[in-house]
Design a binder for this molecule. Structure first.
Ligand SMILES: Nc1ncnc2c1ncn2[C@@H]1O[C@H](COP(=O)(O)OP(=O)(O)OP(=O)(O)O)[C@@H](O)[C@H]1O
Length: 251
């Protein structure tokens, strides 16, 4: 495998403006396939904006201008022939607050798929098994998903991405609505999924970034300041600004 094939995401000179305000400045980054990469930095530094570039969700917000390149799995996602539904199958997203649809657990997973019942049964079982919910939920598949505990809802939101066979899963502070037990459960799930999927997680929680990410990116004012192995970034930061941030001097 060539060095470049090891990267599922690569940006070159990526810039993004909301109107006149430049939120991303010359972001050139390579995200390694199959690892968990943490995105950290103070509020407003552009973490979510960068994450949203990877499934082109920023374009939903009016007045957004983007320049530069974003390649996912070797394809520039801003090319004219890119299908957004296909892109969003390849690049799934999980949000801060679990957002299952107010329909049954079963329907949340097969939503939009017209298949024979025997096939959808298999899809639902496989997805719930992969997120370790099958044993707990197999007898309540008709229950409305919004009645589940938040931790289960968040796992279900991850489960419903899996039948689409994503290569990349973007997570925007996926544990911020969860208690300590729920956070631990979702982190354990992420560690199980790593290797099978490339996971990019925005987190404000430095301890979480240290616990679960293989690599970490520190952003400040729209720029990437440092990107390295998580252990190196926390133990031997190369940039003074990274050191100030991880030692809690700002942000
Ligand atoms: N839809 C939008 N329209 C205008 N400005 C925006 C929009 N979304 C974000 N911004 C601005 O872009 C900058 C980066 O925001 P972004 O949400 O990406 O930062 P962040 O690092 O994820 O912040 P937080 O940690 O608080 O979620 C901020 O100054 C924010 O106010």
């Amino acid at each position: 495998m060539s060095a470049d094939k090891r990267h599922s995401i690569e940006t070159r000179q990526l810039n993004l403006w909301y109107g006149d305000f430049q939120a991303l400045i010359n972001v050139s980054v390579k995200i390694v396939d199959g690892l968990i990469t943490g995105l950290i930095g103070p509020s407003g530094c552009g973490k979510t904006t960068l994450l949203r570039c990877f499934n082109r969700v920023n374009e939903r917000y009016g007045n957004v201008t983007t320049t530069g390149e974003v390649e996912i799995l070797g394809k520039n996602i801003y090319d004219a022939d890119v299908s957004l539904p296909e892109l969003r199958k390849n690049v799934g997203m999980v949000f801060q607050r679990p957002n299952p649809l107010p329909i049954s657990i079963y329907e949340n997973i097969i939503f939009g798929r017209m298949r024979k019942k025997s096939e959808t049964d298999d899809i639902v079982e496989a997805a719930l098994r992969e997120v370790f919910l099958w044993d707990d939920l197999k007898d309540q598949l008709k229950v409305r998903a919004t009645t589940l505990q938040l931790e289960q809802q968040q796992k279900l939101c991850i489960a419903r991405l899996l039948p689409l066979k994503p290569r990349v899963i973007l997570m925007d502070e996926p544990c911020s609505a969860l208690d300590a037990k729920g956070t631990r459960a979702v982190e354990e799930l992420m560690l199980e999924l790593a290797g099978h999927y490339t996971i990019l997680i925005v987190t404000h929680n430095m301890a979480q970034a240290r616990r679960i990410s293989d690599e970490c990116i520190f952003m400040l004012l729209g720029e990437i300041v440092e990107h390295s192995r998580t252990e190196d970034l926390f133990l031997m930061p190369q940039n003074e600004k990274t050191e100030d941030y991880i030692e809690g001097r700002y942000g």
